[in-house]
Design a protein around this ligand. Structure first.
Ligand code: ARG
Length: 460
């Protein structure tokens, strides 16, 4: 394909240089945004008297036919074109002749590509938010079902205090809710139209940036044309928001791997989200959770690549910026895929409540409640803490639990102990009593579900 910019040079570029320079193999996915942007551009040009209404009609018809042909597969995007903008303009001109050559009046590929990326990412923000909402809904439904299911809560991966499975699941909804909010916030800054910035300095034509932006549904118009073409903060922002989502998914994935082991056995993954081994017939591996965890590294890499591309770039457009695409596309594709699979995997996983409770029965998770019992009987907390620590040590030495430790044995440690201590350390009672705001009690979990569902309504 002939170079758009042939003139100053003969346009003959070394084959390997041409290969390095081209972005068509990855920016062709922007064809819809590019065509939609061009249709709006033609409309603005005609309204402002820069091209005629007849030319606008021809251009629009030509662009729509290209769009339809690409969609139907009749037109295959030619990988020998430099980029998607060049390909579409070239195809338009070959279809409609001289009017096609007028489309690029009062426009540069610099503002055009920034526009395409922003349009693409606005839609992807919505998609990401929808997927987060779907995941949060699944978690709320599960949390509701298991709001009183006792499981061990951990700190340092050591048994800490009893919690409910519902409470555990709701912790993730808090994280994903922040993610959805972050994406929404990112979108505000993506929703600023760069078109009309041209190469960097604006234009001498009587163009109307506000009209063109409104045709494309942008909320704002960028206030500085140099920034309009050199800003890629929005790529960094979306990638960082995606990286945080992936961090959350990865922590959840790690626990999914752990909880589905023989040793923990808290959940059973549905066969659909596991794989087997080519040699060991008994295996059922949590590959999806592992891949979600693994792909997190790749999304962090995308963010790092984007930040590094921008570091030290002089204003305004530099070809380095073409490197925004592959990392943004990869980050978006990866996170969307992970969110979708993860949601289905969690939805179909079955908790094993008996195993959770059995694990909570060992490990002295109710030791804090034993200390609190003494405090309520008048002991100072630090003293109560020490007494209970000694009781735990004695239990370990004798191979007992706090439940099987006799009242007589307890009384050796403090006269304040009486028969009602056993009710105080009952696991169900322990979780039920934690009614502080945000706490693990079944009533607290139900409240959290209510709050999160309310927040989801506001998001929609
Ligand atoms: N393919 C280019 C990119 O993605 C489009 C902008 C080209 N601009 C230029 N001055 N060569 O950044």
């Amino acid at each position: 394909m002939e170079k758009l910019w042939k003139g100053r040079t003969d346009g003959k570029v070394d084959k390997t240089a041409e290969d390095l320079n081209a972005s068509i193999t990855f920016d062709k996915r922007l064809y819809k945004e590019d065509i939609t942007g061009s249709i709006a551009h033609a409309k603005m040009l005609s309204r402002q008297g820069i091209i005629t209404a007849a030319e606008e009609t021809e251009i629009t018809r030509g662009l729509i036919s290209i769009l339809n042909d690409i969609n139907s597969g009749r037109l295959v995007i030619d990988d020998s074109a430099e980029d998607i903008h060049t390909f579409i303009e070239g195809e338009l001109t070959s279809r409609i002749g001289v009017s096609g050559k007028k489309l690029h009046t009062a426009r540069s590929r610099n503002d055009q590509v920034a526009l395409d990326m922003r349009m693409y990412l606005k839609a992807k923000c919505d998609e990401t938010e929808e997927k987060l909402v779907a995941l949060i809904e699944v978690l709320c439904d599960k949390a509701e079902k298991y709001s009183d299911a006792v499981m061990p809560g951990y700190t340092h991966m050591q048994p800490a205090q009893p919690i409910t499975y519902g409470h555990y699941l709701m912790a993730y909804t808090a994280m994903f809710l922040r993610d959805a909010d972050r994406i929404k916030d990112c979108k505000k800054r993506i929703d600023v139209s760069p078109i009309g910035s041209l190469a960097l300095a604006g234009t001498t034509y009587n163009s109307d940036r506000f009209y063109e932006a409104s045709l494309l549904g942008f909320k704002e118009v960028g206030i500085n044309s140099i920034d309009g073409v050199s800003d890629r903060d929005f790529c960094v922002e979306i990638l960082s928001a995606l990286a945080i989502i992936q961090t959350h998914l990865s922590r959840f994935a790690e626990e999914t791997v752990l909880w589905s082991t023989q040793e923990f056995g808290y959940i059973t993954l549905s066969d659909e989200y596991t794989t087997g081994s080519s040699i060991m017939p008994q295996k059922k591996n949590p590959d999806m959770a592992e891949l979600v965890r693994g792909k997190t590294g790749r999304v962090y890499g995308d963010l790092m690549a984007m930040l590094t591309v921008l570091k030290g770039l002089p204003l305004a457009y530099n070809k380095d910026m073409q490197e925004d695409k592959e990392c943004v596309f990869d980050g978006v594709d990866t996170v969307l895929k992970c969110l979708e699979v993860f949601t289905k995997m969690i939805k179909s996983a079955e908790p094993n409540l008996k195993k959770m409770r059995a694990a909570a029965n060992v490990g002295f998770l109710n030791a804090t409640d034993l200390a609190d019992y003494l405090v309520k009987k008048g002991e100072a907390f630090r003293t109560a803490y020490k007494i209970c620590g000694e009781i735990v040590a004695e239990c370990i030495a004798k191979g007992k639990t706090l439940e099987s430790f006799t009242l007589e044995e307890y009384k050796n440690h403090s006269e304040l102990f009486s028969e009602d201590l056993y009710d105080a350390i009952d696991l169900d009672a322990c979780v039920k009593r934690r009614t502080s705001y945000g706490g693990t009690s079944p009533s607290g979990v139900k409240k959290q579900i209510e709050i999160v569902r309310e927040s989801l309504k506001k998001l929609k």
